[in-house]
Design a binder for this molecule. Structure first.
Ligand SMILES: [Zn+2]
Ligand SMILES: [Zn+2]
Length: 363
């Protein structure tokens, strides 16, 4: 059995992936080694039939032979990691993980991973700057700016490729102008005036459009709200590397919460919107109506990708807040609570200044 542990060739300690050098680094003696990446840079596309939507059985396996996972009792997220890392707290809801991590369950194995580019120190200082620019943030947030305040985790995504062919019938509307007479009241007198009005002439339209899709990205995590995931994009997916568990060492990876078939449903909604746009372009004219369309999908493939973020979560007055750093671009996105105490002090100061100024003016 191949044990995937990344042992330092010098001191036998465990090595971790280092975003700065894009290689493995020993935290104890500083020894560096390269990540053994698959020599063929191609990332496999997995064929899918739109009827069954199940991947080949050999795609179901564990992240690595030694990977562990815990299920957060607070938010339900399943987080996987490589020993010797320990569970600690949930990266998404800050709940303490008290249960013993177990060997990770098999899953649709990742095809690609976008390795961390932004190291922890840089992510921490970005969070610090972000906090400094947030007025009235509670003091409790300061803990997030500490290196221990954030964790590196890979979020799960699905991407889909497809070719589509759509037959449609609809209506094309062309605008034209017509002069119409309108009655107007000018200084108490009724006057008839001629004005131009827009009319639409409709005629039937039908045809075929073909649209190809490459890497339609769908989040497979529910632990980060959809609008935050949206804000994290765009990702430069051309930098995605074939999956190697070495990229995970020192980080965590969330198990997908959106199943493949549900991910495909979301991607099809994105594709259908693009097909509708294409039909409207094909119909032309000033307005379009689509009465009927029938889309055939072919060459359907999917990939399971892991994309890197630094996450800090904290609880404040019973609510969970998250700050995320896109670990490819360094962009910070987050929720922030307002400290009632700080706002109260601010208003009190304003009031005192105002009263002081008034008493000065009164003299
Ligand atoms: Zn070492
Ligand atoms: Zn949690």
């Amino acid at each position: 059995m191949a044990i995937e542990r990344f042992e330092c060739p010098n001191c036998k300690a465990d090595m971790e992936f280092d975003p700065v050098t894009r290689g493995m680094k020993c935290a104890y003696c500083g020894t560096r080694t390269a990540v053994a990446v698959d020599p063929k840079p191609e990332i496999r596309e997995n064929h899918l039939s739109s009827q069954s939507l199940t991947p080949e059985p050999n795609r179901i396996r564990r992240l690595s032979d030694i990977s562990k996972e815990f299920t957060c009792t607070g938010c339900g997220a399943i987080v996987q990691f490589e020993p010797p890392q320990v569970a600690g707290a949930c990266p998404f809801c800050a709940a303490n993980i008290v249960t013993q991590p177990k060997n990770s369950d098999p899953l649709i194995a990742p095809d690609g991973v976008l390795p961390f580019v932004v190291p922890k120190g840089r992510a921490s200082s970005s969070v610090r700057e972000w906090l400094a620019s947030r007025w009235f943030a509670p003091g409790a947030l300061a803990a997030l700016a500490q290196p221990e305040g954030i964790r590196g985790i890979y979020l799960p995504f699905w991407t889909f490729d497809a070719k589509t062919n759509t037959r449609y019938t609809g209506q094309r509307g062309d605008h034209y102008f017509e002069m119409v007479q309108v009655q107007e009241n000018v200084n108490g007198q009724n006057v008839i005036r001629e004005v131009q009005q827009v009319r639409t002439a409709w005629k039937g339209a039908s045809g075929c459009v073909a649209v190809g899709f490459d890497d339609v990205l769908v989040p497979a995590s529910r632990s980060v709200p959809p609008e935050r995931l949206q804000q994290l994009s765009p990702w430069k997916l051309s930098d995605v590397k074939p999956y190697e568990s070495a990229f995970l060492s020192g980080f965590q990876a969330q198990r997908y919460q959106v199943e493949l078939k549900d991910g495909f449903v979301s991607s099809r909604q994105i594709m259908e919107r693009a097909v509708q746009d294409e039909i409207r372009r094909d119909i032309g004219g000033d307005e379009q109506q689509i009465q009927d369309s029938d889309t055939r999908y072919s060459n359907l493939t999917f990939k399971h990708l892991l994309l890197p973020v630094w996450v800090g979560s904290y609880r404040f007055e019973g609510c969970v807040y998250q700050v995320l750093v896109n670990a490819q671009t360094g962009e910070v996105i987050g929720d922030r609570p307002y400290s009632k105490g700080k706002i109260f002090l601010f208003v009190l100061t304003l009031l005192l200044v105002f009263m002081f100024l008034r008493s000065m003016a009164g003299r």
